[in-house]
Write a protein that binds this ligand. Structure first.
Ligand code: IPM
Ligand code: MG
Length: 353
């Protein structure tokens, strides 16, 4: 199990440090775990002038999986676009063809009160968003801003090929098959031709999955339904841009963005695993960050890349135990409990493990 560790910026190094403690235990138990670290994002830019240095990309290509902290920070927001930390994550997705992004939004029973929505609307929530990551308006050509000041034109292009749509829909159907057998495909076919193609391909592929119930939903309606009645969803499959927006919305239903992991997979099960929260520069270095999304991302790594559901289950159980013991980092503490630090939470998981 060759794992690349890319801590990145902001709270990235702090939360990854907690995940590393768990890898160390598993290694001592005899698991064939090998890790190597590299710079990414703003940290890499500061050291090398590039957010995704060739050395880092090379390490990722030589590894089976990547544990990724977070990138970005206000210091880097004025850099040219191709030097910004975000370029590192977009570059990794594209270069390694990590096209299938799995973003679960699950409400832990221990945290049902953390949501801004009423507990009766979100308790038991268990949605999986499957987002395409290597196409769409994120990468479509032409793009850019041209013309003279006062008359400038900005262009981005929504672009999907049938094979790109097909492969992400297959991931959606397979994911639904392994869960509640309900797949909602999101588009904007009433306005955008690209997404009419998306819907047509979904209907065609549905014939291969008679055991999965496919329904279609327009993206604006989905945004509304997510806050109106989120438990109607099992697996949601969508393109890159809509998935970016809807997954942030879904994450907040749980009230604890600091708890949510993600996986970005290629066609062979290699993957990049990262918490869905960002680098949180405002709390970086203060021991306030919640390490659980990072630790749960690592659990996803064992489940999806290494096919070790046993280890994944164990890590997830340890997280539940730490929460059940009453420990809360600041993001999930509410008004009732006194928050613990990043390290205290990490150590509680290690102890439970
Ligand atoms: C995400 C993030 C990224 C995206 C940014 C940082 C490029 O918002 O992973 O959702 O837009 O995909
Ligand atoms: Mg996003």
């Amino acid at each position: 199990m060759k794992i690349a560790l890319l801590a990145g910026d902001g709270i990235g190094p702090e939360i990854l440090a907690e995940a590393k403690k768990i890898l160390e235990i598993l290694r001592k138990e005899g698991q064939p775990i090998e890790t190597e670290e590299a710079l990414v994002g703003g940290a890499a830019y500061d050291a090398t002038g590039e957010p995704l240095p060739a050395k880092t990309l090379d390490l990722v290509k030589r590894s089976d999986a990547v544990l990724f902290g977070a990138v970005g920070g206000p210091r880097y927001d004025t850099l040219p676009r191709d030097k910004r930390p975000e370029k590192a994550i977009l570059g990794l997705r594209k270069e390694c063809d990590f096209f299938a992004n799995l973003r679960p939004a699950t409400v832990f029973p221990e945290l049902a009160d953390a949501s801004t929505l009423k507990a009766e609307v979100v308790s038991g929530l268990d949605i999986m968003i499957v987002r395409e990551l290597t196409g769409d308006i994120y990468f479509g050509q032409p793009r850019g801003v041209s013309g003279n000041k006062g008359e400038r034109v900005g262009i981005n292009t929504m672009h999907y090929t049938e094979p790109q749509i097909r492969r992400i829909l297959h991931v959606g159907f397979k994911t639904a098959r392994a869960r509640g057998k309900q797949l909602t495909s999101i588009d904007k076919m009433n306005v955008l031709e690209t997404t009419q193609l998306w819907r047509d391909v979904a209907d065609e592929i549905a014939r291969d999955y008679p055991d999965v119930r496919l329904s279609h939903m327009l993206v604006d309606n989905c945004a509304m339904q997510l806050v109106r009645n989120p438990r109607q969803f099992d697996v949601v499959v969508t393109g890159n841009m809509f998935g970016d927006i809807l997954s942030d919305e879904a994450s907040m239903l749980t009230g604890s963005i600091g708890m949510l992991p993600s996986a970005s997979l290629d066609a062979n099960g290699k993957g990049l695993y990262e918490p869905i929260h960002g680098s949180a520069p405002d709390i970086a270095g203060k021991g306030l960050a919640n390490p659980l999304a990072m630790i749960l991302s690592m659990a996803m790594m064992f489940r999806y890349t290494f096919q070790r559901a046993d280890i994944a289950d164990r890590i997830e159980k340890a997280v539940r135990a730490a929460l059940a013991s009453g420990l809360r980092t600041a993001d999930i503490a509410g008004t009732k409990s006194k928050p613990v630090t990043t390290t205290e939470m990490g150590s509680a998981v290690v102890k439970a493990l």
